[in-house]
Design a protein around this ligand. Structure first.
Ligand code: 3PG
Length: 403
């Protein structure tokens, strides 16, 4: 991969925009950050830039969702991690943000507010058009360079990711460089059968991911857990208990089509765990009622999945199998991770939740690659060109052409 890194640029005394991904899990009730690994990953490059004026940009959540918050908590956490003051401005591109950027001195770090508060950041653009957005036009004139260090968002062609590098000298941050180098190393030895274990809650993204992985030759078997498995079971007419909203109905239809198109690929749970008076109770599919909330996969499911996982050449696991934050519902996620960790195959585990789960269960050093990226990693594994990687290549070629 042709890309520049921070080692190729002299950033001392420069004003630098660094696009990181501090999109972290937020507790739905308290709205507090409950897991900070992505902030820690973002902190490495920022910490290193001791003599630059560092303007940090990130998104958090999606418009309309509970996790769509401001970045004031992120600023505090980041400050603790880099060991120097992080100024936070409740603005993205308005007069206050620009005034604060203009007033920066060498060594200052300024965190802009959630970039998605700016409407343009919720749309995808070609780099040239992204460079012409109001956000990029207003901010780029203060910057000497930009660093892309948002590997989990590498698949998004948002203005802050593809617009600034169109106008400014650009390079990869430490996180992006580490992910790309490690993944390329892991993928050169990866072999089939490819087993994908998918859970988590971003279902529409996951449906796309599945097809991408199958078409890219990276998914011979797909073992489903979590909410997405319920969607597939409903598509088969084997699970009727959960009432779904309109959006989910459309997803059921997509799941049905996927199973028709790829008949022997999917494995689905045969049992789940729910809660009864605070206790974990496992039930077969036909025993569930509308009142039961599914909180984990059951033991019979794990047993059947283990057989397939043991025969894999390469395993990719993304998204927890259940509500693993709660002790009695961590069983599915923990046991699957232990099986993956024991296997002799090439193992890749992805997503912020899974990174946290690996740490919690003491398994982090037992897998070949851990990435906090979700959708971006899936596309990378399937061999897709990611917008962030394309602009990094463009920035490299610009420099190479001049040399
Ligand atoms: C992610 O968590 O996958 C990235 O932060 C991108 O977030 P998005 O899927 O909301 O664009």
């Amino acid at each position: 991969m042709n890309m520049l890194t921070v080692d190729d640029m002299d950033l001392n005394g420069k004003t630098v925009f660094i696009r990181v991904d501090m999109n972290v899990p937020i507790h739905p009730d308290t709205l507090k950050i409950i897991e900070r690994i992505r902030i820690s990953e973002a902190s490495t490059t920022i910490k290193e830039l001791e003599h630059a004026r560092v303007v940090v940009g990130s998104h958090q959540g999606r418009v309309g969702r509970y996790d769509y918050t401001d970045l004031s908590q992120h600023a505090e956490i980041l400050e603790g991690m880099i060991g120097r003051k992080v100024m936070f401005v409740e603005d993205v591109m308005g007069p206050e943000a620009r005034r604060r950027i203009e007033g920066m001195k060498d060594g200052d770090v300024l965190l802009l507010d959630n970039l998605r508060f700016c409407a343009e950041e919720n749309y995808e653009f070609a780099p040239k058009d992204a460079a012409n957005t109001v956000m990029v036009r207003r901010l780029a004139r203060f910057m000497d360079a930009c660093i892309l260090d948002c590997f989990p968002s590498a698949h998004r062609a948002h203005p802050s990711i593809v617009g600034f590098p169109y106008l400014l000298p650009a390079c990869a941050g430490r996180l992006v460089a580490r992910e790309v180098q490690s993944l390329d190393r892991v993928l050169t030895v990866a072999k089939g059968p490819y087993v994908v274990i998918l859970g988590g809650s971003k279902i529409s993204d996951r449906l796309e991911a599945i097809e991408t992985l199958i078409q890219g030759g990276r998914a011979d078997k797909v073992l489903l857990t979590g909410l997405i498995s319920i969607i597939f079971l409903m598509a088969q007419g084997r699970f009727k208990a959960n009432k779904l909203g309109i959006k989910e109905e459309a997803l059921v239809e997509k799941a049905r089509k996927l199973m028709q198109k790829y008949p022997n690929v999917f494995m689905l749970p045969v049992d789940y765990a729910t809660e009864n008076n605070g206790e974990r109770v496992e039930k077969n599919l036909d025993e569930f009622t509308d009142d039961d909330t599914i909180l984990d996969i059951g033991s019979k499911t794990i047993e059947s999945y283990e057989k397939v996982i043991s025969g894999a050449g390469t395993i990719f696991m993304s998204g927890p199998a259940g509500a693993f934050e709660r002790e009695q519902f961590a069983y599915g996620t923990k046991t699957l991770l232990e099986i993956v960790a024991r296997s002799l195959s090439t193992t890749i585990v992805s997503g912020g939740h899974m990174t946290a789960a690996l740490q919690r269960f003491g398994l982090s050093d037992k897998v070949d690659h851990i990435s906090t990226a979700g959708g971006a990693l899936v596309l990378y594994l399937a061999g897709k060109k990611l917008p962030m990687m394309e602009v990094l290549e463009m920035a490299y070629e610009r420099v190479a052409a001049k040399a």
